[in-house]
Write a protein that binds this ligand. Structure first.
Ligand code: GLN
Length: 307
């Protein structure tokens, strides 16, 4: 079991680190996040919870939504359909890179954890309108996050939509390659929407605990997602979940994890627990400085390394 003092100590030692980074500002609404905020939550597979700091402060999922959208589409359409359009390999490039779409032999996104691959996944979500797509996705994702419903931050959504020239370029390129399952504008609207869904560190810890048992609800043991979707998602989180910082994170923490530029990180330790962290001060790759520190510290302190 995770002790309160271990978590408190890691949050305290993360504070000076966070001062070395800053919130994402390429989405203007995110630049207003409090750079000093830090929260952490650990949920064990029996549903017992340990929290510290700003663990109940809401923030937008951003790229953590990729670790929810992927299993949703796998469970809705089947793995073959998804992976005929996107690969399973890391890139070593920034999350919003477009370069390999044209330059590589594959002519499809390398994995579903970078923006290009995530947009392909979003385009495959069932539904003819953005409301239908996001409504059904939210109904799948809410129990995984341990909440009754998911709310969307409209200001963050609009702020991203107004400034997303690079994501628009990626989406049009994907259309040119014939990889999108929906029109470009619908795909982008749904993608910005999933990124603007609000969560907190406790919710991420809950999902980490679900993944820890390959899809079973903490405590009750109720099945929330297929074991295969959980496995595939964790494999891609392990290899690609922290963008071009995935290799270093794997060395330090040895856990499947997924970060987002909203400041959240989700991690999962097999058969043991889930971790959720919040810290909007990011490193140059877009990963939460406090989050990486806290998860690596928990992994060492509790011997969570899966490697
Ligand atoms: N919505 C963000 C984007 O597409 C998500 C990126 C991230 O969290 N790394 O740029």
């Amino acid at each position: 079991m995770t002790s309160q003092s271990l978590l408190d100590g890691l949050v305290a030692s993360a504070r000076p680190l966070a001062a070395q980074g800053k919130p994402a500002d390429y989405i203007p609404a995110l630049a207003r996040s409090d750079p000093g905020a830090i929260g952490a939550a650990v949920m064990h597979v029996d549903a017992s919870l340990v929290v510290c700091g700003d663990a109940r402060v809401p923030f937008s999922l951003q790229s953590v939504s990729k670790a929810l959208a992927l299993p949703y589409v796998i469970d809705s359409l089947g793995e073959e359909e998804v992976f005929s359009r996107v690969g399973k390999e890391p890139t070593g490039d920034p999350f919003n890179s477009i370069i390999r779409l044209e330059a590589s032999r594959l002519k499809r996104p390398y994995n579903p954890m970078i923006n290009a691959g995530a947009m392909v996944v979003t385009s495959l979500m069932p539904g003819a309108t953005v409301e239908e797509k996001l409504g059904a996705f939210s109904r799948y994702a809410a129990p995984l996050l341990g909440v009754a419903r998911l709310d969307l931050d409209q200001e963050i959504r609009d702020s991203e939509a107004a400034t997303a020239n690079r994501n628009r370029s990626i989406a049009w390129f994907l259309r040119d390659l014939g990889l999108l399952g929906a029109e470009v504008e619908l795909t982008l609207d749904a993608y910005f929407g999933q990124c603007a869904l609000l969560v907190d560190a406790v919710g991420l810890a809950h999902y980490g605990a679900v993944l820890a048992r390959d899809g079973l609800e903490p405590g009750s043991g109720r099945r929330l997602m297929s074991p295969r979707a959980a496995r595939v998602t964790k494999g891609l989180m392990q290899s690609c979940g922290l963008y071009d910082g995935s290799g270093e994170f794997c060395v330090e923490a040895g856990l499947p994890a997924k970060s987002g530029v909203g400041g959240g990180i989700l991690a999962s330790a097999r058969n043991r627990l889930g971790i959720g962290t919040y810290g909007p001060a990011l490193d140059i790759r877009g990963n939460s400085l406090a989050g990486v520190h806290i998860i690596a510290g928990l992994s060492k302190g509790l011997d969570l390394f899966c490697l």
